[in-house]
Design a binder for this molecule. Structure first.
Ligand code: ADP
Ligand code: MG
Ligand code: ZN
Length: 495
């Protein structure tokens, strides 16, 4: 009875594998490239021939430490590589080189927004290892492609700090965004560059002890992770609520059926017999080497978003646009720094400039024969106008020199011709008339020509004022400053 009333909560820890963005593999000079003919990017080293010697890829070591810095980790003065021994057709050497007890980075954290709050998930470690080959199963036989064998792979292990499927999903997205920002990995899920092992247990709410860890192996999409957890958490709760006992085990996710199934339990768990890799020196980064990596640290996406909101008083949505589209944000920033009205700059950049550039890209694409696979790129350097032109445009509107409607005309023209906003205003005669003498004259004419409307207004029909305003705007060919027109008309009609 007591058990049935108990509430349970989920505890989740993720192990995320990410292929590093290097030119060559971890221990040999073979290309780290996706999509080549099977077994063409291979050599005796990544095929695990006896007697060969690995040489560590320095860029992979750098990207690992850089990841550690981006994830707020400690970088221990000494790291080493170990052999993880097991037999499987995709591991020709019968072991995988990894970092066991002395990883290159440890004890960090990731922060991300979740449910209106800031979540912090601790990172146990991010260590470097090698990817393995890939098995293919055909109708009557199977094959192994070793192109992937020896590709540098980062394993990012989180503490069991996550408590829901949605939070796990947001954590993974935040992690990937950070890795993309740091140019650690292309993180292309379609190309299998990111895979994830999901560890999940349940426990009574309020309990400090962890329940039996159940691991769902080899997930290759984040939505899959979320769905697997949406299935697995209620399943575990159901078992314990019925008085059953969960045991530490490994499960597989069946994406089509939408269920997890048991693969093996702890009794059948591997014993990998880790031991130090004798062919590789322990790794002790020098101060100078670390300094160089420090210089590659970039601002994190969340920090960028907060900074854009704070420094330029932007709404969340604009800041998010500039976080997702980094070049656009970088284009915006120097202009915004000089402007008294950064929000207006953001509007021009996001709503007008980006849309125009997309149109231009599309029309170039349509002209190309034969059509290319990807639409042509149009960079900010290809734009005919200078960023300062946007600043100038915003200033012209704010100074009420031109109306917002005229500003649209100016923008379209400067996009086409690259002429400066001031020159366009001059050329097209777009300046608003703010000269009160001239406006008074237009008002007098409008009043004289429309005695009925004047009478209506004086009889209390407020709408008649808008009609008169419209007449003044017409007389001024749309150039009178509308605020001044309103003021002057009202003043004249009161007497
Ligand atoms: P292993 O040595 O089997 O890989 P670890 O203790 O290193 O296990 O943990 C692997 C992952 O599982 C980590 O992300 C960790 O946070 C998570 N984890 C560990 N215990 C639990 C648990 N009881 N429930 C949920 N996740 C767990
Ligand atoms: Mg594990
Ligand atoms: Zn090779």
């Amino acid at each position: 009875m007591f058990r049935a009333k108990m509430e349970y909560e989920a505890v989740i820890g993720l192990e995320t594998h990410v292929q590093l963005k290097t030119k060559s593999k971890m221990w040999c000079g073979c290309a780290n490239a996706f999509g080549a003919e099977p077994n063409t990017n291979v050599c005796p080293i990544c095929l695990g021939m006896p007697g060969v010697l690995p040489v560590a890829n320095e860029e992979a070591l750098k990207l690992t430490v850089l990841t550690g810095l981006l994830l707020n980790c400690e970088i221990p003065p000494r790291a080493k590589f170990d052999r993880k021994n097991y037999f499987y057709p995709d591991v020709a050497k019968n072991y995988q080189v990894t970092q066991y007890d002395q990883p290159s980075t440890k004890n960090g954290y990731v922060e991300f927004e979740f449910g209106g709050n800031l979540s912090r998930v601790r990172i146990t470690r991010a260590h470097l290892e090698e990817d393995v080959g890939k098995n293919f199963h055909f109708d009557r036989n199977s094959g192994v492609d070793f192109n992937r064998a020896g590709v540098p792979l980062l394993e990012i292990v989180s503490e069991p700090d996550l408590t829901s499927s949605d939070q796990a999903y947001e954590y993974l997205n935040a992690l990937l965004e950070i890795l993309r920002y740091g140019k650690i990995s292309d993180c292309d899920m379609e190309k299998g560059m990111v895979r994830c092992d999901v560890n999940v247990s349940v426990r009574p709410v309020g309990s400090k002890e962890l329940g039996a860890k159940i691991e769902i192996k080899n997930m290759n999409s984040f939505s899959g992770v979320r769905r697997a957890l949406e299935y697995e958490i209620p399943r575990q709760i159901e078992v314990v609520k019925k008085g059953g006992k969960l045991i530490q085990s490994t499960r597989r996710w069946d994406d089509v059926a939408g269920v997890t199934e048991e693969m093996r339990t702890k009794e059948h768990a591997h014993d990998y017999r880790y031991f130090p890799e004798p062919d590789l020196m322990p790794f002790e980064p020098t101060a100078q080497w670390l300094e160089e990596i420090n210089s590659r640290v970039v601002e994190l996406p969340l920090a960028r978003k907060q900074r854009f909101m704070r420094d330029y008083q932007l709404p969340k949505s604009d800041a998010e646009t500039f976080v997702n589209d980094v070049p656009l944000g970088n284009y915006f920033e120097p202009i915004a720094k000089k402007s008294k009205n950064p929000k207006a700059v953001a509007n021009w950049v996001i709503n007008n400039m980006r849309a125009k550039m997309a149109d231009l890209r599309q029309s170039k694409f349509m002209e190309m024969e034969p059509p290319p696979f990807d639409p042509p790129k149009i960079g900010y350097e290809d734009l005919k106008f200078k960023p300062e032109a946007i600043l100038e445009l915003v200033n012209l509107v704010d100074a009420k020199t031109i109306s917002s409607a005229a500003a649209q005309t100016v923008f379209a023209e400067m996009f086409e011709s690259g002429k400066s906003p001031a020159a366009i205003v001059q050329e097209k005669g777009l300046a608003q008339v703010s000269d009160t003498g001239a406006i008074e004259k237009f008002c007098d004419d409008a009043i004289a020509a429309n005695p009925n409307s004047v009478a209506d207004y004086k009889a209390g029909k407020i709408a008649a004022l808008n009609f008169l305003k419209g007449q003044v705007m017409k007389l001024s060919k749309g150039k009178a400053n509308p605020n001044l027109v309103g003021e002057i008309l009202e003043k004249k009609l009161k007497v």
